[in-house]
Every structure is written in C-alpha cells, then in structure tokens.
Design a protein around this ligand. Sequence first.
Ligand code: SF4
Length: 469
Amino acid sequence: MIKVILKGHDKYYGIADVVRLFFPSPVEDKENGIVYCKSAPDILIENELLPTGLAVSRTDSKEYFYDGTPEEAGREVKRSLYMALADITGMRPPWGCLTGIRPTLVALETGSAGALADRFLVRPDKARHAMKTGQAELKILERIDPDDINIYIGVPFCPSRCEYCSFVSSDISHHMGRLKDYKEHLIEEIGLIAPKIRRRIGTLYMGGGTPTVFDDGDFTDLIEAIYGELSIDDGCEVTIEAGRPDTITTAKLKAMADHGIKRICINPQTMNDTTLARLNRRHTAQDTVRAIEEARSFGFDVINSDIIAGLKYETADDFIDTAGKLIDLDLANITVHTLYKKRRASMSLEDVMANDEAGDVDKAVTTVYEMLEEAGYKPYYMYKQKDTGHGLENTGFEKGNTPCLYNVAMMTDARDVLSFGAGGMSKRVFDQLGTAKYRVERCSSSKDVLDYMMRTEEIARKKADFFGL
Ligand code: SF4
C-alpha cells in the first residue's frame, strides 16, 4: 500500500489527484492525515509544506524539493510528490503534476508552452498542444456572445450499454416504456422555461446518451417541439449528437434537415467490427459509413465522429487504423478520446514499472494527432477526465473553420449554459474568464431519469430561478 503523510498543509484533494496518476482509487483519510491506496505497492512518502513555502516529499532514501510562492502551495506539494512518484515508479505521466480537467486554462495563465512544461513538468509536446488549443479556444470564444444563452438538451438513453461506459445512461432494452415518457417530460420542461427566456440562443446542443435512440415519430416530435418552443434563429449553431450510427434513420435525418440543422455527430468510436461487437455496440463500421453518406445527402456539412484510444480488445494499430479511415472520409470534425483498461486490483512495483500500456496509448494518440494535423485538422478544444488512467486528454479537431462553438462554450466554463433533461448541468458565468471577479455558479438537474420525470415542474422552476427568469 502507498501511504502519503501530509505535514504542514491539508491539500488532500490535490495529493490524491497526483497519486491517481500512478495508482488507482486513492483514499483521502483526513482523520489520520494521510492519502493511501491499498492496491499500490508499499511506498511511504512524507509530503510537507514548510512555512517558508518550500514543499518537500521524503522517502526513506531521498528528498524531492520544490520552492514556489506561498500562494502556490497547492501546486508545490503536488509537484514535489509527482517528482518522487515518477522517480520511484519510472513512469512519466505526460501532463506532469497538472491534474485539473482544463489544461488549456493553465497553459494560457502561464503564458507559454515552455513555462507550462517547466512549472508543471508537462511533457513539451503536450505543453505545446495545450497552448495551441487554448489559443484556439480563446479565438472561438470571441464568436460566442456572452449575452447569448447556450442550450443543452440531454437524452441519457442508449440502445445498448457499451462495455466501457461510465456515463449516466440507461440501456433502453430495459427502459423502453420510459423513453416515450422521458420525451414528454423533456418537452414539458422546455415548454415551462422557453417562454421566459429573453436572451438570444447562441448555440443548441442535443447530446446523450444517444439522442437518436427515439423511434422516428418521437424523434420528429421532439425536434418539432424544440423548434416550436425555443426561438432558434438562423445564426444559432445547432448540433445533434446522434451518436450510434445504427439509430440514424432517413426519417430522423429528414426531421433535422427540415429545420435547417447542419451539424451532426456520428460516433463509431472504432472502425473495427470485431471490437464493436465485443463492446456491445451493435453496429458495424459500414453502418457508420452509410450514416455519414446519408447525412451528407441531407445537407449535413459538419459531421463529427468521436474515436477512442485505449479501447479494451484493441491495439494501438487498431486505433490508428480507425483514425485513418475517418480522415479518408473527409469529416469536418474528429474528436479523439482516451481511455485506459482498468489496472489490476493489486500491482507490485515491478508490475507498475513493466506496464507499458499507457505508453502505447500515449504514442498512438501522438501519431493520430500528427495524422490529423497533416490532413489539415486543428485542435480547437480539449479537456481531461479525472478517471482517465495517467491523465491523457480528449481533444476536438476541426478543419475548414468548423469548430463546434457549443463545445468551447461548455468546456471552457466561459459562457452560460441552460441544460434541459436528466443529468444536465446548467451554469451561469459571472464576469469574463481570466478576470479577478470571474466565477461560475452551477445548478444541477436530477441524474435519475425517474426522479427527473416525477419532479419535472419543480426542476424547471429551480432552473428558471437560477437564471432569474
Ligand atoms: S453510446 Fe456512449 S453513453 Fe451510450 S452506452 Fe455507449 S459510451 Fe455510454
């Protein structure tokens, strides 16, 4: 078991974040002043913040110092612990001790890729990626008026549950009846709030789950209700995350196209049929190609596809092959996600040091970034997830100046988002990102579909109050 003893500070959260880069599921034990992880090899580290502002991590044989400013105490203790764990395990998580979900913000704060690499031990190629993407995000934000409101409509249902899914979504094979009810409640909630909205709608994104999971009639009803209730002008960016290609039908494409929708996400995750079947996704690579071709025939000119590096059952070459096939399809947007197979419940230090899986995925992601950039794509938004092993990032790429503005509004926490449906998070942004008074307030919906349906009116009222409507 690894045990980190905290001295002179109480940065449990940050310390656990750094331990998580190396070992799974660290526990913050505030009563005993430690962070530990039972499944890790035996390592004892004392992590101390001295009154002078010097942070030190001590093992029985070595001390790792970092001397920063007192205001940066949280970052200093993390950095000295990262140095110790990198040395002990031989692992070099690419984002260094930067564990937050928005590395582009920190990149812009530090001012240069070099400073980011230096202060947070971020690998230089990742530091450059964060700077480049952060600068793209800033430019895109200029296109999203802060006075506008951005809308999210959530459909947390899928035709089957992918083996790797950690999202709050329901497999409709067990909840078919609820899907219809859910649509009614979603329309009810939109109808309760829409007449009160006095702001222009800048972007609208319907995500999931799999929003095209509804049958043709219900999907068409939902699209019509959205356009009937909300004031969506021609300049509003509307994106439908259709998701699974097998749920995309001619009637659904027509329902969207009839309202002028031009942006759609068709997400294969992999173009390998064997993997798709083993992941329980119930569609083939050919279904993806068919859906893309049909969407194009309906005038969808910005098609995004999500792909995942590190899928179970796949090698790095499989992932590179998937990326190549989608690049050949000439999509406007490709989003690269990263996932790691779960590490074994318990590993020895030798196991940890011999585990090159993270390195393989990391190299494959770098190769795919190069392929995308060679094909004319540019990274335009990125984020990290806490539970992604070794903390690799997810990045959206676009070509031909087709970024999804909603993604940038949402991921940067720089614009207001009003979210409809179960599981969505609404947010209000006060003052501009990067200013001293900048802050974000959030209002959650119910994550539970049944609870959402029982309390639709109450939840709508709460959101209206939150936005002062
Ligand atoms: S499509 Fe996405 S949300 Fe649905 S089960 Fe698969 S991973 Fe989860």
